[in-house]
Write a protein that binds this ligand. Structure first.
Ligand SMILES: [Zn+2]
Length: 67
């Protein structure tokens, strides 16, 4: 994944999207540890994570900052 790590890549927008995605993942993990989540709650959290992931993917496709 980081084969081109010698090339410095800095994209503020991508960093933001990446942290959004990891926050969404951490939130699901923490909540499911605290209590049993209902299917509708899980669906909302899943959707949030999916959206964050899609935004990141779209950004990579459009911006090309990972190339
Ligand atoms: Zn970018």
């Amino acid at each position: 994944m980081r084969a081109l790590s010698n090339i410095v890549l800095s994209c503020v927008e991508r960093d933001r999207l990446e942290s959004e995605l990891s926050e969404a993942r951490i939130r699901v993990r923490n909540l499911s540890r605290l209590r049993h989540l209902t299917p509708p709650e899980l669906a909302v959290l899943d959707q949030r994570e999916y959206t964050a992931h899609a935004r990141l993917r779209d950004h990579d496709a459009e911006h090309g900052c990972q190339r």
